[in-house]
Design a protein around this ligand. Structure first.
Ligand code: ZN
Length: 270
């Protein structure tokens, strides 16, 4: 889908036009799209059409999915890819399963002594290697603001991470990036959080303590912050912000600052 040449792209877009009024509502509902310029807005909108042609949104009973809701999901899925070119970043899965509520899923973990632990955990999202992305619909609906929460971006960040093997916190980096710099920035922030939580499990961490769970969650959570609370992330872990800026090729902090500068009353998350 993503390597389509120009005329085929235009044909797909012509066959699946996005209603302007619906798109306007999407822009109103998703604050983290504020500040995109007209060219970026158009590109995002077109990419939503390709995304919705390429992926199957499978809504379970209880999820009310109309064109606007599909677009609401697609726009958040496509924001991270906006400047990443035509590569097929969401390859390897075709389905997004939408659950009406949080779901219980069996967890398994082998501890250092070799003992397998299994338990059930409440989840609002999951991304399986080579499998579908599962999203709890209320979590999708709660996403889109500058409030350090975005279930769609979180789960899809796991998919980006998995592009070069298992989820290990490092997606395939661009040629102008260095694995060493990435690892150093991520590891030192991750270690910092873990030291804080080892010292006091109830410590108030600068970002969601779930990031300290493992390197894959660290990448997913910091990606979430990069797009929905870049000021918090950049202040807490500036080197992490810089690496994510290099990876996503966006400067979300500059965009947020510009909005706040233009509109002093621009609401932020705190
Ligand atoms: Zn996760």
């Amino acid at each position: 889908m993503w390597s389509l040449n120009g005329w085929r792209r235009r044909r797909v877009l012509a066959r699946h036009p996005v209603d302007q009024a619906v798109w306007n509502r999407i822009r109103q509902r998703i604050a983290i799209l504020d500040g995109l310029n007209a060219e970026q807005d158009q590109r995002l909108r077109d990419n939503c059409v390709f995304f919705l042609q390429d992926k199957h949104l499978n809504a379970l009973p209880g999820v009310d999915l109309d064109d606007e809701q599909r677009l609401f999901l697609a726009a958040q899925a496509q924001l991270p890819l906006l400047n990443l070119g035509d590569l097929n970043w969401y390859q390897g899965f075709h389905e997004l399963l939408l659950y009406p509520d949080d779901f219980v899923s069996p967890q398994r973990h082998r501890d250092p002594s070799g003992v397998e632990h299994e338990w059930d955990a409440e989840h609002s999202g999951e991304a399986w290697l080579q499998g579908p992305v599962i999203l709890a619909w209320p979590g999708v609906l709660a996403s889109g603001g500058w409030d350090a929460y975005n279930l769609v971006i979180h789960e899809l960040a796991h998919k980006l991470d998995m592009l070069n093997g298992t989820a290990n916190g490092m997606p395939p980096l661009h040629r102008d990036m260095h694995g060493k710099d990435w690892a150093k920035a991520m590891q030192s922030a991750y270690d910092h959080m873990n030291r804080q939580l080892d010292h006091d499990p109830d410590a108030v961490t600068a970002i969601d303590p779930y990031a300290a769970e493992n390197p894959a969650e660290f990448f997913a959570v910091t990606s979430e912050y990069f797009f929905s609370a870049p000021d918090v992330l950049a202040e807490a872990y500036p080197a992490v912000y810089q690496q994510l800026k290099g990876f996503y090729r966006q400067d979300t902090l500059a965009r947020l600052r510009h909005l706040q500068h233009e509109h002093p009353a621009y609401t932020s998350h705190h």
